[in-house]
Design a protein around this ligand. Structure first.
Ligand SMILES: Cc1cc2nc3c(=O)[nH]c(=O)nc-3n(C[C@H](O)[C@H](O)[C@H](O)COP(=O)(O)OP(=O)(O)OC[C@H]3O[C@@H](n4cnc5c(N)ncnc54)[C@H](O)[C@@H]3O)c2cc1C
Length: 591
């Protein structure tokens, strides 16, 4: 180690959604860190925008959610996704809607989403979200986020990671010595240098995304967050394009928009900020619309997962670990949730509360989720071809047949009605993408920092929609509203922003001593939340007593990231159940 190295417990490489989230979470946990980002500022591309309920719960736990809700898309402007022929045009097939599906917790799904989480989903594109996260992170850790600073070399040994950082403006290099390094670098640097293979399909399609300003208020549906286009002059749903408002005003009056479309690699034309304009006007069928193009980006659709998330003292997170199609909006959401899983574990190990094995559980828990999310994103992307078929469209179809299908679909005839009815059934299969409620909040860890019981594993809805709350270890703690000392709290509010664990029980007296002993012995913050008649928290709606799946005197041990670590049906030390002491020893990987 160089004598002059800047020493820090955690070095975060990358200041995208993953790195910024990790920074602010580590600050809340009291962990010193340094974040380096090679770009001079936050993303200039709108990229991801949908923030699912689980992500908003993470932001709620860390005091960020309200600032996102204040500026993000109101629910009424993000409650539908629709498939249309075009926005404008005056031909018989222009401006027609094939189908609209309730989405993101809107429409008929609203009561279900509201009952299962204290947080509605939100929408805020990365181009705006990253500055907001940066502000939160810098307020918590002034001077610890260094933009225009690139990780250019690193080595690791048994005690830590030695990194070389280059300040790009001056070319000046400096050394950093960290106990742990997190590669939140989108897979640009660290994983490839470690030789970690990205497994899967790397070159599925080439996409062109255009970020534009245009006044489209006359043509945009008030409730739609995404409009997919398919019209007789284009091929396939994906090939025809998808469009999303980017704000800052939401709904039809959005000033900015993003339009994605497939780009044929054999297309001789280079699509740039100038040549894209006629294509966009043709797609929208608005030949004269005024449009300012901010940025055209070319990117490749992949479905790849890192073969491993950990190499010694280095962890991969976010896009560095998994990259997949944007369908279902899992990229940024999974990145934020990776950071949430890793942050409290780093804090516990750095505080000496836990052994290194706790960090290994990050890799096993999140790798399984990464596998599932890569597969799911790929599945929902490919299901767009099923939607095409549901409308009667097939790749390579002769143009006359294609036009005939369009005419037949919208015809005011019994056969037209039959075609529309069939399409409606087929479009509803896309609830796997736009109503993926169970996939988003019902996921569970099956091995890791948990003490499993002998209950039957939960069988998830194969369509990823119907969420069934359960307190089986590994699952996210179900949400129920409680009244605690005059305050309305979610069960999810009881585990801590500052890394605290919580024991939920119907009988506080029975568990208080065991909890205090475990807290002292393991040096952890562990509170007892007693819920029920005569206890500190009232379950006025009775929802918690229906969901807890433990007896009155039983208890649930919840990790700082709100996943259930262990549950006990009866009193402490009852029967064959392990003791709280033994449970903590196992969870914290203490010898
Ligand atoms: C054009 C585009 C559109 C997208 N659209 C969607 C969408 O609609 N929905 C969705 O869910 N997802 C979308 N994604 C994916 C989504 O943006 C990512 O999943 C998300 O950005 C992941 O965040 P991250 O922080 O892990 O990685 P990134 O956002 O890639 O951030 C990584 C950061 O690390 C920095 N970095 C890399 N190497 C170094 C180094 N050596 N030193 C210092 N810094 C370094 C990079 O500059 C970068 O800022 C899109 C991606 C792209 C490219």
């Amino acid at each position: 180690m160089s004598a002059s190295a800047y020493e820090v417990p955690v070095l975060i490489v990358g200041g995208g959604g993953c790195g910024l989230t990790l920074s602010l979470l580590l600050s809340d946990l009291g962990v010193e860190h340094l974040l380096v980002e090679r770009h001079p500022g936050t993303s200039i591309l709108p990229k991801a925008h949908y923030l699912n309920q689980r992500t908003m719960e993470v932001f709620r736990q860390h005091g960020v959610a309200e600032s996102i809700y204040a500026v993000g898309t109101p629910q009424k402007h993000m409650s539908k996704v629709r498939w249309c022929t075009s926005l404008g045009g005056d031909g018989p097939l222009d401006g027609k809607t094939f189908y609209a599906i309730d989405a993101f917790g809107g429409g008929k799904t609203a009561p279900i989403y509201a009952q299962d989480s204290p947080c509605p989903s939100s929408n805020y594109p990365q181009i705006r979200l990253e500055p907001l996260l940066r502000e939160h992170a810098e307020t918590r850790a002034p001077g610890r986020l260094r933009y225009g600073n690139e990780l250019t070399a690193f080595t690791q040994d048994g005690d830590g990671v030695s990194a070389t950082i280059t300040e790009l403006a001056s070319g000046k290099r400096y050394a950093v010595r960290a106990q742990y390094m997190v590669a939140a670098d989108g897979g640009k640097t660290v994983g490839p240098a470690l030789g970690i293979e990205m497994q899967g399909v790397g070159n599925i399609a080439r996409i062109v995304s255009s970020h534009v300003t245009a006044d489209l208020a006359r043509w945009w549906d008030d409730e739609a967050l995404i409009t997919w286009f398919i019209n007789p002059d284009q091929s396939g749903t994906f090939g025809s394009g998808a469009m999303v408002p980017m704000g800052p005003t939401w709904g039809p009056r959005s000033e900015e928009w993003v339009i994605h479309f497939n780009f044929d690699p054999n297309d001789p034309e280079h699509i740039d900020e100038v040549t894209v304009v006629p294509r966009l006007r043709a797609l929208l069928k608005l030949p004269d619309v005024a449009m300012t193009v901010h940025k055209v980006s070319h990117w490749t659709l992949e479905a790849v997962l890192a073969e491993r998330y950990q190499e010694g003292r280095i962890f991969l997170a976010g896009d560095a670990a998994h990259r997949h199609p944007p369908t279902t909006g899992l990229g940024l959401n999974t990145a934020v949730q990776d950071a949430h899983n890793l942050a409290w574990k780093l804090a516990a190990v750095l505080r000496g509360q836990a052994g290194e094995g706790l960090l290994t559980s990050y890799a096993s828990e999140r790798h399984a989720i990464g596998r599932r999310n890569v597969d799911w994103a790929m599945f929902t992307a490919l299901n767009h071809a099923v939607l095409d078929a549901g409308m009667g469209f097939h790749p390579g179809q002769p143009q006359e047949l294609r036009r005939m299908n369009f005419e037949a679909f919208f015809a005011d005839t019994p056969m037209g009605a039959t075609r529309r009815a069939r399409a409606a059934e087929v479009f509803e299969t896309q609830r796997t993408e736009f109503q993926a409620h169970d996939l988003e909040i019902g996921f569970a860890y099956t091995e890791g920092a948990l003490v499993l019981d002998d209950s039957a594993p939960h069988v998830p809805d194969p369509m990823g929609h119907r969420y069934q709350p359960t307190t089986r270890p590994g699952h996210r703690l179900p949400h129920a509203w409680l009244r605690c000392g005059g305050e309305r709290l979610s069960t999810l509010d009881l585990a801590g922003r500052a890394g605290g664990w919580v024991l939920l029980t119907g009988d506080g007296d029975a568990w208080r001593d065991a909890a205090e002993r475990a807290a002292v012995k393991y040096g952890v913050a562990l509170s007892v939340a007693a819920i029920g008649a005569g206890q500190a928290c009232a379950d006025d709606e009775g929802r918690w007593s229906r969901l807890r799946e433990t007896g009155e005197a039983g208890a649930l041990l919840v990790r700082p990231d709100n996943h259930v670590a262990w549950r006990c049906q009866g009193m402490p030390g009852d029967g064959a159940a392990p003791t709280l002491d033994g449970v903590f020893r196992a969870l914290l990987a203490r010898a």
